[in-house]
Design a protein around this ligand. Structure first.
Ligand SMILES: [Zn+2]
Length: 89
């Protein structure tokens, strides 16, 4: 499957960018709603799509890593229908 900004928001994913500059080590959570508003809800939001858009806000470096984090079990309980559907029930 390919994520878009909207599907990341719908799935309650958290995307965190990490700077690979060892002298910097900055990390930041992406504002997915702001990126959706800027690039559009259907814009692809996989790692290779998003990384070229980003640079470190602290050191300006372009060598970043991304980590996609699924919602915690507590959040999952808040949207039972979506997860039941994802399992094909
Ligand atoms: Zn940096």
């Amino acid at each position: 499957m390919a994520w878009t900004f909207q599907s990341l928001i719908d799935d309650r994913m958290t995307v965190t960018a990490y700077c690979h500059n060892p002298a910097c080590n900055h990390n930041a959570t992406l504002d997915l709603k702001r990126m959706r508003d800027r690039f559009g809800p259907d814009a692809p939001a996989m790692r290779d799509d998003v990384l070229p858009m980003l640079y470190c806000s602290k050191c300006g470096g372009k060598k970043l890593g991304l980590i996609y984090t699924p919602p915690s079990p507590g959040d999952r309980d808040a949207a039972p229908n979506r997860y039941a559907k994802a399992k094909g029930k």
